[in-house]
Design a protein around this ligand. Structure first.
Ligand code: SAM
Length: 213
């Protein structure tokens, strides 16, 4: 993702500890206590500017959400949305998804969303793809048994790669659409990238997979 560096982002993040959790490792194994209500927790890995996760949190007050984003200059846009919407069931983490195990314990999370993850098309960058087997293991280690990954992308190569990776890992495919916007799928909430690329005429792929433990 290309973005403008925002030197003020760090200070702004520190001003809102109620929204961007400052020491997420302290919540490991007890995320239920971090929210107003004890209810299922869904996370989005690579949340970007936060449109999807904010709209999901508005639409589903009986679910807690966490948006995870690596870059401060990007997550501040999600923070602005959250400040505006004042949602008690949404928090943000400014961390690297490679370290998910530091911040979440087994059974902390009920569902993982991956939306328009960076495709990393070069083979030598395969390990960086958020659907690479090592990431699937990280998600398994924080999800409840039978937890799910919901994945959307406009990138055909990444979608094909991910289906193979899910299958090789032993995940059960429970939903697939090769053209989401032309399907009868109801209740789709668009991400920033989804809006941008579907307006350009790109087809959107979507899958749901489930751990069989
Ligand atoms: N999900 C958003 C959407 O659909 O509009 C953003 C998509 S953007 C292509 C991918 C985002 O994932 C970027 O903001 C990037 O910084 C973030 N990201 C990539 N790898 C990450 C990682 N290892 N940990 C946390 N965030 C990551």
């Amino acid at each position: 993702m290309r973005f403008r560096n925002k030197p003020w982002a760090k200070d702004k993040i520190e001003q809102y500890p109620q929204y961007i959790v400052p020491n997420p490792e302290q919540c490991r194994g007890k995320w239920k206590e971090a929210f107003e209500r004890v209810q299922p927790l869904h996370i989005e890995v690579g949340t970007g500017k936060g449109r999807f996760i904010t709209e999901m949190a508005k639409a589903n007050p009986d679910i807690n959400y966490i948006g995870i984003e690596l870059f401060q200059s990007v997550i501040v846009a999600a923070l602005d949305r959250l400040i505006e919407a004042e949602l008690p069931n949404l928090k943000l983490l400014n961390v690297n998804a490679s370290d998910l195990g530091k911040y979440f314990a087994k059974n902390d999370v009920d569902r993982v969303y991956l939306n328009f993850s960076d495709p990393w098309p070069k083979t030598r960058h395969e390990k960086r793809r958020l659907t690479y087997k090592d990431f699937l293991k990280l998600y398994e280690d924080i999800l409840v048994d039978g937890g799910e990954i919901h994945f959307k992308t406009d990138n055909q190569g990444l979608f094909e790669y991910s289906l193979k990776s899910f299958s090789q890992y032993g995940l059960l495919l429970t939903f697939i659409s090769l053209d989401l916007h032309k399907s009868d799928f109801e209740g789709n909430i668009m991400t920033e990238y989804e809006q941008k690329f579907s307006e350009k005429g790109n087809r959107i792929y979507r899958s749901e997979v489930k751990y069989q433990n």
